[in-house]
Design a protein around this ligand. Structure first.
Ligand SMILES: Cc1ncc(COP(=O)(O)O)c(C=O)c1O
Length: 441
């Protein structure tokens, strides 16, 4: 029995767990990417009631192999090309283990001095890596949905009656956040390349009081980039808060050649980047930067007696977002950045962009196939000649093989497949296999 009363022998079982992780990652290519189970299979394979007596830890690893792995869609698989492909990198995985050992709740500086100061430090590093202005204040949330919620809550402080504007291609988290906050949302039309139209935005800003505009750098469907300089100009003219959603593409700004997409970013009141999307950090890790932390604090500061401490002039992270309790997420971002270095991060992102361009070139060159949106980053939107139903059936056949996993969207009211590259272990051979399957199933 261990000192905490459980059945675990930390050294022995810990080694077995790390060994399990290594085998899982090494053997991933042999696993079907998309889980091949039916609803209910996983529950049916496991006891419906908790154990009366302590079980050995090895029983957990056995169940992982027998039930959890087959019941998992493997987001960490090099042939996972759906949604936005992501990476729980090895440094990130180890840092999650260490963070659980600390188990700190950094709601206040006093309750987590190192977690608080490391979060501030690593977000300063991230600003440098992504060429963001020095004056931004950053903090970590779980997801972009929460980061945008926090930004819109701040905007609402300044204009409680105002509406929110975003393009028709903005992520649905903006809709959900507005619903939670009781803010009206209006959609602004986009151009032929899925970018917000500044003339349409200007008309919307002139029509009523606007609390915030959400511009997207790297939209969810097509990874298009809204014209941030023109949007910023209009926000300044009409006194609206500008929030930039760079949840996916923000990480790519580690590469100088992609920074055209950052033009005007210094004029944003807030912006969100998710290192858990394209910076090799395990879910969850979303960063909200703002140049107006005072407004964010006005929206979220609330101090019951039991949280009062005798230290001032420190950051209390609970003042910047909706949650009180905060886990030590900075540790994994810090570990990832240190174990790759700027060079390593740039190398991976450049390779992903190269692979996406390569795949797009194959699609373009093939009669009867079409790339349906520009490819600025690592996502290719494409379809085959034929009806929506035929394209959907093709995607379903490909996904059913288990060899790769693609997802879809609608652009210009047509069904479109998406191939998203973002896993650190993806190779050219994986992308080649995706193309072979698409043409042969
Ligand atoms: C552009 C964009 N913003 C926000 C989100 C929401 O991200 P999260 O799951 O972190 O809330 C997504 C999800 O894919 C996204 O693509």
């Amino acid at each position: 029995m261990s000192a905490d009363g459980s059945s675990v022998d930390l050294r022995r079982d810990g080694q077995a767990a790390v060994e399990w992780v290594a085998r899982y990652l090494e053997g991933m290519r042999e696993l079907p990417v998309r889980a091949q189970v039916e609803p209910g299979d996983v529950r049916d394979a496991l006891p419906a009631s908790p154990p009366e007596h302590a079980e050995p830890f090895e029983a957990i690893l056995r169940d992982l192999d027998e039930v959890i792995v087959p019941g998992t869609t493997h987001w960490n698989h090099p042939r996972f090309f759906a949604y936005f492909a992501i990476t729980g990198s090895e440094p990130g995985i180890l840092a999650e283990l260490l963070s659980a050992a600390f188990n700190v709740n950094a709601m206040l500086w006093r309750t987590g001095p190192a977690a608080t100061e490391l979060e501030e430090l690593v977000l300063d590093w991230l600003k440098q890596l992504l060429a963001l202005p020095e004056n931004l204040h950053g903090h970590i949330e779980d997801t972009a949905s929460t980061s945008t919620l926090a930004a819109l809550a701040a905007a609402r402080e300044l204009r409680p009656e105002g509406v929110v504007l975003c393009s028709e291609h903005a992520h649905s988290s903006v809709d959900k956040d507005c619903r939670i906050l009781g803010l009206e949302l209006r959609k602004v039309a986009a151009d032929g390349e899925f970018r917000m139209r500044p003339e349409a935005l200007e008309r919307a800003l002139a029509a009523e009081e606007v609390a915030a505009v959400v511009a997207t750098v790297g939209t969810t469907s097509a990874t298009s980039v809204d014209p941030v300089p023109a949007v910023a100009e209009l926000c300044e003219r009409f006194g609206a808060w500008l929030h930039v959603d760079a949840a996916y593409a923000g990480s790519a700004m580690v590469c100088e050649e992609l920074r055209w997409a950052w033009e005007g970013i210094e004029r944003a009141d807030s912006l969100v980047v998710n290192p858990h999307k394209w910076l090799f950090t395990p879910v969850d890790c979303s960063v909200l930067y703002t140049r107006r932390p005072d407004v964010l604090r006005d929206a979220f500061t609330l101090l019951p007696e039991y949280l009062r401490t005798n230290v001032d002039r420190v950051t209390n992270l609970m003042d910047y977002g909706p949650a009180l309790g905060r886990r030590f997420r900075a540790l994994k971002l810090w570990t990832v950045i240190r174990c790759y270095g700027r060079e390593g991060l740039q190398g991976l992102i450049r390779e992903h962009v190269r692979l996406a361009q390569l795949f797009a070139s194959w699609v373009e060159a093939e009669p009867g196939w079409e790339v349906v949106a520009p490819v600025p980053f690592s996502v290719v939107c494409f379809r085959r000649e034929g009806s929506d139903e035929e394209n959907e059936a093709l995607m379903e056949r490909v996904n059913a093989t288990g060899e790769i996993y693609l997802s879809h969207t609608r652009l210009d009211d047509r069904f479109v497949m998406r191939l998203a590259i973002g896993n650190a272990r993806t190779t050219e051979a994986d992308v080649t296999r995706a193309w072979e399957l698409l043409r042969s199933v």
